[in-house]
Ligand binder design. Structure first.
Ligand SMILES: O=C(O)C1=C[C@@H](OP(=O)(O)O)[C@@H](O)[C@H](O)C1
Ligand SMILES: C=C(OP(=O)(O)O)C(=O)O
Length: 428
């Protein structure tokens, strides 16, 4: 929104030449918010370095402070000293952050007193019932089935075994696992239903729990066993956010230019790492040298038939790139994106088609037929990744006005200036 209450429009800059830049990205949202939960439940103080500061991570910091965790920031906010406290009643504002609404309730059930949750209007339709029902099954007392709801914390949670259908979001599983070691009996989560999406995000949860000394057994498919025990305080350094890197790498792909992202981890559980293989399949030259990932865009991009079930976060970026390929693309396995910040399948189809495109929604994804696009308004639906997808399209098409570019602050405040710097060839 602009100051006058009207939705603001941002004229996406056209790339006059092929981009040639190096772009350093701030920390990962997913790692920062997991690190914060684990630090709040740990057996002593710890420090998170390289944390992302954005709407979603600030909401997580606010949530944990509200229930009794001391968090002090320094180094411009990216170093967080976290001291766990006795968890108590409070009010948690979730905004539109899936990680806050799905990860904090389990921790809140350990508090003494009521913890009230609410969020943005748009957040009230995001699927929540599975997490709340699972927690009830584990002994927690909760009023409500979606935002707003109240967790009536009793100071402890029995825990034990629970079966859920996590086909709607991997966050249902991660949310239970992250606090599970603090439950009296630990937690065993069984999934029963269509395949769980975004599995790398569950791997991230498991890896981070193990790094905190928690025993997690994943030997049985679709079952995660977290033993009860201490979550050890330890310092964490956050990797750059690779999903947020993807629009910048896409800029190289669609302009036939070159973009490097420094500090790309050699191994990672971040979904964004999959961009390497995807852009390569679309014809880009991709290399990881001396810790920097470099994408060099081809003369003509190839269409792609790709299953994004594991890495749905990348769908808006890939859809925007696919709109400029030489042939059609099929993005599959992403029905669950209908429950993301907005219905991303509908939003992508509507907005690309609004610029003259030819995108069809399928049961589980999108078919994108590249056709010439024209100028127009690109709506972002309060969705950071819709806004950045519009920016990618605006690199190639004259006169694309992205609505509410400020919504990128959900995970990447200052997106516009990073984008401008990329276009002026700044190497950071
Ligand atoms: O656990 C996480 O940090 C996330 C898990 C994924 O959610 P879904 O499983 O709902 O896709 C991902 O899309 C989201 O951006 C972040
Ligand atoms: C789906 C996303 O966010 P959330 O953590 O709110 O689910 C996302 O960042 O693409």
């Amino acid at each position: 929104m602009g100051e006058d209450g009207r939705v603001s429009l941002w004229r996406a800059p056209r790339a006059v030449n092929a981009v040639d830049a190096s772009v350093a990205l701030p920390g990962s949202k997913s790692i920062t918010n997991r690190a914060l939960i684990l630090a709040a439940l740990a057996d002593g103080p710890s420090t998170i370095t390289g944390a992302l500061r954005s709407r979603d991570t600030d909401l997580m910091i606010g949530a944990l402070r509200a229930v009794g965790t001391a968090i002090v920031d320094r180094d411009g906010g990216t170093t967080l000293d976290v001291t766990p406290g006795t968890l108590r009643s409070g009010s948690v504002e979730c905004g539109l952050a899936g990680t806050v609404m799905r990860f904090v309730p389990s921790l809140a059930a350990l508090a003494v007193g009521d913890v009230h949750f609410d969020g943005d209007e748009q957040a009230r339709v995001r699927p929540m019932g599975t997490v709340l029902d699972a927690l009830r099954g584990l002994g927690a007392d909760i009023d409500g089935d979606g935002l707003p709801f109240t967790v009536r914390g009793k100071g402890s949670v029995r825990g034990g075994s629970v079966t859920i259908d996590a086909s709607g979001s991997s966050q249902f599983v991660s949310g239970l696992l992250l606090s599970g070691a603090a439950f009296d009996e630990g937690v065993v989560v069984h999934h029963d239903g269509k395949p769980v999406p975004s599995m790398p995000h569950i791997d991230m949860t498991v890896d981070m729990l193990r790094a905190a000394g928690v025993s997690v057994d994943t030997s049985e498919a679709n079952t995660w066993r977290v033993a009860p025990g201490t979550i050890k305080a330890h310092d964490v350094t956050v990797e750059p956010d690779l999903s947020n890197a993807t629009p910048f790498l896409a800029a190289a792909a669609v302009t036939g230019g070159t973009v490097s992202v420094p500090l790309w981890p050699a191994t990672t559980t971040q979904a964004g790492d999959a961009i390497r293989g995807i852009l390569e399949r679309m014809g880009a030259d991709v290399s990881l040298t001396d810790g920097a990932l470099t994408v060099h865009g081809p003369e003509r991009l190839a269409g792609i038939d790709v299953d994004l079930h594991d890495v749905g976060e990348l769908a808006p970026t890939i859809a925007a790139v696919a709109a400029f390929a030489a042939g059609p693309s099929y993005l599959r396995g992403i029905a669950h994106l209908r429950g993301h910040e907005t219905d991303r399948l509908a939003a992508l189809a509507t907005e690309i088609n609004g610029l003259g495109g030819s995108v069809t929604e399928t049961d589980d994804g999108l078919r994108i037929e590249p056709v010439p696009l024209h100028s127009g308004v690109w709506r972002s639906y309060a969705d950071h990744r819709m806004a950045t997808a519009g920016a990618i399209i605006g690199l190639v098409i004259d006169g694309v006005d992205v609505e509410d570019i400020g919504t990128t602050a959900k995970t990447l405040p200052g997106f516009e200036s990073l984008w401008d710097r990329m276009l002026t060839g700044v190497r950071s």
